[in-house]
Design a protein around this ligand. Sequence first.
Ligand SMILES: *[C@@H]1O[C@H](CO)[C@@H](O)[C@H](O)[C@H]1NC(C)=O
Ligand SMILES: *[C@@H]1O[C@H](CO)[C@@H](O)[C@H](O)[C@H]1NC(C)=O
Length: 300
Amino acid sequence: MADPPRRKPRALVTVPNLLSFCLVASVVVLLLVSSNSWFVFVHGVSYETITVVNEFPHDPEAFTQGLLYTGNDTLFESTGLYGQSSVRKVALRSGKVEELHKMDDSLFGEGLTLINNRLLQVTWLQKTGFIYDHKNLSQLGTFHHDMKDGWGLASDGKVLFGSDGSSTLYQLNPQTFKAVSKHVVYYNGHQVYNLNELEYIHGEVWANVYGADCIVRISPKDGAVLGWILLQSLRKEQIEAGYMGLDVLNGIAWNHEQERIFVTGKLWPKLYEIKVLPIKTPIEEGIIEQLCLRKPFKFL
Ligand SMILES: *[C@@H]1O[C@H](CO)[C@@H](O)[C@H](O)[C@H]1NC(C)=O
Ligand SMILES: *[C@@H]1O[C@H](CO)[C@@H](O)[C@H](O)[C@H]1NC(C)=O
């Protein structure tokens, strides 16, 4: 009896198998590389861009250092520069300055906030701030704060949040102006220096980073970076429209009732109402560092 014909053993390594293995392997490698090294989203940090909902006129001579919205289409603004510093009440829609308190020529106005119907303002290179009546902007007094300099101010109605141009976010007691907490803000292992104008929005502190067209969203609990908002399009649009005298993006105001966000800049002819939108496509590694982080303005 003849042996049944032996089946030819099937070779595992054939040319088609090898080709498909190579294809699958290269796709896997590409996916790994793209998630680990070419493109980076830092865990727990959101990345957002903006869309413009409305544009309003803004005094192009206002060197904006503090901005807040108090209802009824009304903004309060603090401006800087020696000889030009002021606190103003501004009509949102027309940009018209309805009240103005001119500061002494020796003072450089900085961050502004409202708490208990009093406007509080800090000043650059000084630890003295000013208190104003929010109705007529008459000066009610001064205060001394616990920060190294006066840059930004915001409030949740209970505490003050402050910045001094360093990477530290302060919480200050609104009666004594003593620091009740200090958190150094880090992103991806880097200190976020030059924290500037501040706003308290939905339990977060939003800060302009001086010299960058970015807003950083900070947790007031521990100083953690919750997100970055990229606003490069605003400067670009104004420059393309022929405005040459723009200084940096600065000023965030929040209309809590209508959930409207307003931003402007120093010497900007426009104030924008914006909405933030998540960036869904991955961001190239190092882009946030390049666009949004700046060297310390000065050593504090
Ligand atoms: C709102 O603003 C308008 C225009 O400035 C003013 O006439 C009106 O009295 C304000 N209303 C309130 C409630 O403050
Ligand atoms: C400003 O308003 C306050 C009360 O709200 C009043 O006491 C003060 O006299 C006013 N100042 C001026 C200069 O009108």
